[in-house]
Design a protein around this ligand. Structure first.
Ligand code: NDP
Length: 269
């Protein structure tokens, strides 16, 4: 996919006379956010795409943040904008969700894009992480129609949009969360099991139906090791497919951000 994107980015640059470009807004950089942004920069630059970082201090005001978003909305050299979450407590996420231009919302957080995704209207940007999970399922030709998909996790960035994307592919979808009773009974029914929990190794082999396709979105640092939400050694013995951590859904998020930024750029052109 990186190769495909690099070719498409070169074609865009030749036609437009500029690179398809993402702007990353970062308020109060913490170390994990800095590392993530560095990866985005490396991916974009590596694919011949543009990258700009706009940092604001933790104490910045709502006016400063909205001023920056308005400036990026108006900038014809910027095709995609993402705002690193979470924002400090005094800056509600709705500031961005309601103000960012949906045509530049390449991580699918605006009210318009989330609404269109909810209603299955098409022509929307889905959040990059679940979109990457869906792209893996598509590229590995995993059948979804009529299949039982079970998600553990219902956040707005991963679990919930992934559930909608699976529903749009006619899977029969069950969403589990921290109040779900008899979790293992539900996960064992899954043809496609999705973990987006944030708890290292929580999904164990006894929770997985033999042959199931398991998508692990978890990124948990335990000491210096990155572990998924799935206990991979055991589950790999039972599952038909299992995304690795690191190296599975994580890199796909970057790839989808590049793809969405290119789509935004091509549309603007
Ligand atoms: P959140 O903390 O926002 O959501 C976690 C979800 O898991 C919640 O819905 C919560 O339920 C549910 N949950 C927590 N504990 C349990 C439990 N014991 N049983 C059942 N459900 C439970 O996390 P995110 O969705 O933002 O992230 C999930 C994971 O994905 C994290 O490891 C994160 O680092 C990773 N991630 C990976 C990305 C990637 O690029 N691959 C990008 C973004 C995140 P409830 O709603 O009831 O609280």
């Amino acid at each position: 996919m990186r190769r495909e994107i690099a070719e498409r980015a070169a074609a865009f640059s030749a036609q437009a006379g500029r690179q398809a470009t993402i702007a990353v807004v970062q308020v109060a950089a913490d170390p994990s956010s800095v590392a993530y942004v560095r990866q985005i920069e490396k991916s974009f630059v590596g694919a011949g795409m543009g990258f700009g970082l706009h940092s604001l201090p933790e104490a910045c005001t709502a006016d400063e943040l909205t001023g920056l978003i308005r400036q990026l909305n108006a900038d014809v050299g910027v095709d995609g904008v993402i705002v690193q979450m979470p924002l400090p407590k005094h800056l509600p996420q709705s500031l961005v969700a309601d103000l960012l231009d949906p045509a530049k919302d390449v991580d699918g957080i605006t009210s318009l894009n989330t609404g269109r995704l909810m209603q299955g209207l098409g022509d929307y940007f889905a959040p990059a992480t679940p979109a990457g999970g869906m792209e893996l399922l598509r590229r590995y030709q995993i059948p979804l129609r009529g299949k039982r998909a079970v998600l553990v996790g219902r956040s707005n960035v991963v679990g919930r949009p992934m559930a909608l994307l699976l529903l749009h592919q006619n899977a029969t979808v069950t969403i589990c969360h921290s109040h779900t009773a008899e979790l293992s009974e539900l996960t064992r029914q899954a043809d496609v099991l999705v973990a987006a929990i944030g708890k290292a190794g929580m999904i164990t082999a006894d929770m997985v139906k033999p042959g199931a396709v398991v998508i692990d979105f978890g990124v948990n640092m335990v000491g210096d090791r990155m572990l998924g939400d799935v206990e991979s050694e055991g589950v790999a013995q039972v599952a038909g497919y299992l995304t690795p951590v690191p190296g599975g859904t994580g890199p796909m998020t970057n790839v989808m951000l590049m793809l969405n930024t290119l789509m935004a750029a091509e549309r603007l052109l």
